[in-house]
Write a protein that binds this ligand. Structure first.
Ligand SMILES: [Zn+2]
Length: 155
């Protein structure tokens, strides 16, 4: 039991016995003092109970958050097993599905930086100056610019 609650309970018991022995208002000051003491202890116990409840609520939320992160990580690990590192352009690496078909340009590509941070991030293509192609990660702000996809050179 929380010490403040135990103290409050003992004070209530003391007050009850004091009230039983009270005859009229002869010991009014003692009763008033005991009531004040009980009230103070009850307020302290209430504050401790509220703080404890807040702490418990915070811990429960943190636990739910960790469970959601773990669930997402388990799902990502399962998806990550289907991917492999590919050199999509000279010196430019991304993760792509192992069972992909067709040219690299039309395949989903995942950021290598984010792959190692267990954060799946689909790369978005952009047109760059001098007819270059860009691959952009919106999670880690990585940007890779190159001339041609390797699969285009091979074709
Ligand atoms: Zn990234």
């Amino acid at each position: 039991m929380i010490p403040e609650l135990l103290g409050a309970t003992q004070s209530v018991q003391a007050l009850a016995s004091l009230l039983k022995s009270a005859n009229g208002l002869s010991n009014y000051n003692e009763i008033l003092l005991a009531v004040t003491e009980v009230n103070t202890k009850l307020m302290n116990a209430n504050a401790v109970a509220l703080a404890s409840q807040e702490q418990q609520s915070l811990l429960a939320k943190q636990l739910r958050d960790r469970e959601a992160e773990l669930e997402a990580l388990i799902l990502w690990k399962k998806d990550a097993e289907l991917l492999e590192q590919v050199e999509v352009a000279q010196g430019v690496f991304a993760y792509m599905k192992k069972d992909r078909r067709g040219p690299f340009q039309s395949q989903p590509k995942y950021c290598a930086n984010c792959y190692f941070s267990n954060r799946p991030s689909l790369l978005q293509e952009s047109r760059e100056d001098y007819r270059n192609t860009g691959l952009n990660c919106h999670l880690c702000d990585a940007k890779m610019v190159f001339n041609f996809y390797k699969s285009e050179i091979a074709a």
